[in-house]
Design a protein around this ligand. Structure first.
Ligand SMILES: [Fe+2]
Ligand SMILES: [Fe+2]
Length: 413
């Protein structure tokens, strides 16, 4: 039995989201028609899910011990605005990811993996629906302005390139992007949702547990195909090389780090009872998890495909030796293995912004050298695109000591 109740949006908002779906996400109909070809679980339904609370009281910050806010009107203006901004940013990422996924969904070679990504898109759509529901179920009128209609209008008119978080402004060029995004960027989502399950505004806190269940599927749908590709690469089969996977990790991981917000910030989230951790603390846990659940898993899959009778421990030991010595061992080359980029690599926000660090954390001296390095270590399709051009322009400005204006990052993380 599901431990949540369900609800739908008032007609006006429901229709607005459906018309967005008709415009940007027609494949949702295909998902409904073919669900039972792939899954035994209950089919997808667009609805709000209201889950259980971890605790009825606010767990951190200046309201600690108080009952959670049931209504927006119980929050003072600063908290209310910050809360609305988080809900809006969350909804924006959900819709943004659908627009990205659809760019290269058709490039998938395997119908099951493709269908899994389609399901991710449907669930992200439900997450956006959920966030609109959080806003629409309460009165957020401020200074005579109806915040819900305003937010909804803004959300529904967004295109890739105008989202509030950078990771959702990057174009997907190949199906490797769909999958790497699920493994790396959805994992940030998991961290945000986990933290937000203590949220001081009760409807937001209740939204998190059902979303987290769906998020677990997204992460697995990212890691499993990567694992398959790494194993195929070990047998010199398949179409996705280790170098290609590495380049996609290099593209996405820095943007994932930045979704936690500036490394020096996050104290307001604790003060207002939104999240239990500051940005850096959460980001550090995330880094460890990407290492363990993505990079290590893929490297072990590669080695165990070559040496089928080995244990995981034997594989891990060999990987460690190869990566620390930089020398080939047992027929496996250092470049057969993936590495997690340094947190300083390819950054544009936070304490490491524009540091010109390589993947290992060593610094380059000039933008020219760094540009050459990045061109070799990022996907070919990405370095010819608009985001990379923008990055280089900003890097040169930063190097000359000019102020760089990255798009405004909302109160998120
Ligand atoms: Fe989501
Ligand atoms: Fe997700």
């Amino acid at each position: 039995m599901a431990n949540y109740t369900t609800d739908t949006l008032p007609d006006k908002y429901h229709k607005a989201l459906i018309s967005w779906q008709k415009k940007y996400f027609h494949d949702l109909d295909y998902l409904a028609d073919h669900w039972s070809d792939y899954y035994r679980q209950e089919p997808f339904h667009l609805m709000a899910k209201i889950g259980e609370l971890r605790k009825p009281v606010i767990e951190v910050g200046k309201y600690k011990g108080r009952e959670k806010f049931k209504k927006a009107s119980e929050m003072d203006e600063e908290v209310l605005e910050a809360c609305a901004a988080i809900v809006r940013a969350q909804a924006s990422t959900e819709l943004g990811s659908i627009q990205q996924h659809r760019e290269s969904l058709h490039k998938a070679q395997d119908p099951k993996i493709q269908f899994d990504v389609l399901r991710i898109m449907a669930e992200e759509f439900r997450h956006a629906y959920q966030m609109v529901y959080v806003l629409a179920s309460d009165n957020w009128t401020k200074g005579g302005k109806d915040l819900v209609s305003e937010v909804l209008e803004g959300l529904l008119s967004m295109e890739t390139g105008s989202h509030v978080l950078d990771a959702f402004n990057l174009y997907f060029d190949s199906f490797v992007d769909n999958v790497t995004f699920a493994a790396i960027i959805d994992r940030v989502g998991k961290y945000q949702l986990t933290m937000q399950s203590i949220f001081s505004y009760e409807p937001m806190a209740r939204s998190m547990p059902p979303m987290l269940v769906e998020e677990a599927f997204h992460l697995a749908s990212g890691v499993n195909p990567l694992k398959t590709w790494a194993s195929q690469a070990a047998e010199e089969k398949g179409n996705v090389s280790i170098l290609n996977i590495q380049k996609h990790i290099n593209k996405w991981f820095p943007r994932g780090l930045e979704m936690f917000g500036d490394e020096r910030g996050g104290s307001k989230n604790i003060e207002f009872g939104f999240k239990p951790m500051k940005n850096l603390e959460a980001q550090e846990l995330y880094v460890k998890e990407v290492q363990k659940e993505v990079v290590d898993v893929l490297n072990v899959a590669f080695v165990l495909t070559r040496y089928k009778s080995w244990t995981r421990q034997q594989a891990s030991n060999l990987i460690h030796q190869i990566l620390t010595s930089g020398e080939p061992l047992s027929g496996i080359l250092p470049e057969d293995l993936l590495i997690l980029p340094s947190v300083k690599f390819f950054r544009r926000r936070g304490i490491h912004a524009y540091l010109m660090s390589d993947i290992q954390g060593s610094l380059f001296q000039t933008p020219k050298e760094y540009e050459q390095y990045l061109r070799k270590n990022l996907p070919d399709s990405y370095i010819t695109g608009p985001d990379f051009a923008q990055y280089l322009e900003n890097l040169k400005k930063h190097y000359k000591g000019e102020e760089v204006k990255e798009g405004k990052l909302p109160f998120y993380g």
